[in-house]
Design a protein around this ligand. Structure first.
Ligand code: PLP
Length: 441
């Protein structure tokens, strides 16, 4: 039962729909197997996975220990309904309570990030008795109805008007606007603006604010210094919960287990998915603080899913956490992140198309410009033909990288080593020469 690349692509595009695309226009990479940081076509063509698929295969592909754990879980207990207790549920919940900082000790399991956020909306509303939710424009929170409404980026537009009660605000890094010059100024001005919005909306009507602690698909944006602490204090002043969405930035991606640890805060609710199982099985989690958990000891949590607390998925998460710890992958993410910064700085010095680069751990982006005055290559939600050429070049030269508007995402598995990073950036280096050709003075 082996298909050629051509057979695979023809059948997939004829009989299945592709997300965020007109299926007739997609040209998917045909993948037969994957191992470590590499993907392989049926004919043996190899690509370095420079995006960990959807920033999610954090321990690399086909880790034997996790595969073994999945087989064992299948043989032991594949499924029981959510009203039952199971050993994976007991063990993972205890492990998470130990690992997740602060008093985030109680967990609700879903099948992915969007569902974790949907349930966080419910928990915040039920706990506070308030309805409105603040979110930011440069954000993505998932594709289901509520999560899509929380999302600020253009993927929301075709789904509008969406869920009522969402108030979107500018985050500290608007696309083409600045709240100030220094990080301190940016934070102070953003929080003054935000407090005014809270006043206009009525603090007593706002249940929570959702943020991606470090924004992912909207630009790999670390929070400016002091923002998380200032934001938490401001929200607390008005009894508004802080929900940190760490679906993408959690589980070691930024060089710490959770991105909020860089900011010295603990949110009231944390949502996670992706890296927790390294995407080997679907799993999302909503973690709530002790006071919220206490509320739901006495009050009904009005949420449920057939696959809530699916034993196979939970057993997979336990095995992935073992691998993260045994192989010190969070530490490797921090160390290789510094190596990545070095490569990016070198490329910026060499290529006139590089506008700026950012990374925290192995969560990075190189942003491109169309002239040496720093004008972005691509306007908000726009495109540029040279990005198509760059994507083609990467694909033809053994690199799977995600291009976002005018940026090259740099998010390899946390297992990557120095030689492999050099291999990836050598291809990026050659690719950027194509973009240099369109840059004017
Ligand atoms: C920050 C963030 N939140 C939520 C989601 C949605 O997760 P899922 O696709 O598992 O529903 C994503 C997916 O990319 C994400 O990046």
């Amino acid at each position: 039962m082996t298909m050629s690349s051509k057979e695979m692509v023809e059948a997939c595009t004829k009989y299945s729909l592709f997300s965020w695309s007109a299926t007739g226009k997609v040209d998917p990479m045909p993948i037969a197997r994957a191992e470590g940081i590499y993907l392989y076509s049926p004919e043996g063509q190899r690509w370095l996975d420079f995006n960990s698929q959807l920033m999610s295969v954090n321990i690399g592909h086909a880790h034997p220990k996790v595969i073994e754990a999945i087989k064992k879980a299948a043989e032991t207990l594949i499924y029981v309904y959510p009203g039952m207790a199971s050993e994976p549920r007991a063990r993972l919940s205890m492990r998470l309570a130990e690992l997740v900082p602060g008093d985030l000790n109680t967990f609700f399991y879903t099948l992915g990030g969007a569902e974790a956020n949907e349930n966080a909306i419910k928990a915040a509303r039920l706990f506070t008795g308030r309805q409105k939710i603040l979110t930011r424009h440069r954000s993505y929170h998932g594709a289901t109805h509520g999560a899509m409404s929380l999302t600020g980026d253009p993927r929301r537009w075709p789904n509008e008007p969406g869920m009522v009660g969402v108030v979107r605000v500018l985050d500290p890094h608007p696309y083409d606007y600045s709240f100030g010059k220094t990080e301190e100024e940016i934070v102070a001005n953003n929080l003054v603006y935000l407090e005014e919005i809270i006043q206009y909306e009525g603090p007593h009507t706002i249940a929570a604010m959702f943020i991606e602690t470090m924004t992912g698909t909207n630009g790999i944006l670390p929070p400016p210094k002091g923002y998380l602490q200032g934001l938490k204090a401001l929200l607390e002043k008005y009894g508004i919960l802080l929900v940190c969405d760490e679906v993408m930035c959690g589980w070691g991606r930024t060089g710490k287990l959770f991105a909020f640890e860089h900011g010295g805060i603990v949110p009231d609710i944390l949502t996670m998915a992706k890296g927790l199982t390294s995407s080997y099985m679907p799993l999302g989690v909503m973690a709530v603080s002790d006071r919220i958990a206490k509320h739901f000891q006495d009050n009904v949590f009005w949420g449920g899913l057939t696959y809530n607390a699916h034993p196979m998925c939970l057993a997979t998460a336990l095995a992935v956490i073992d691998v993260l710890e045994e192989e010190k992958l969070v530490e490797n993410s921090a160390r290789m992140g510094e190596v990545m910064t070095g490569h990016m700085a070198r490329l910026q010095a060499k290529h006139k198309c590089v506008r700026e680069h950012r990374n925290l751990g192995l969560f990075g982006i190189i942003e491109l410009q169309k002239n040496t005055r720093g004008e972005r290559l691509v306007p908000y939600a726009g495109s540029h033909p040279v990005m198509g050429k760059l994507g083609r070049f990467f694909r033809d030269n053994g690199l799977f990288a995600v291009l976002q508007w005018g940026g090259v995402m740099c998010n390899p598995p946390l297992t990557i080593n120095e030689a492999q990073l050099a291999e990836a950036f050598e291809i990026v280096d050659r690719g950027l020469s194509i973009v240099d050709e369109v840059v004017t003075d």
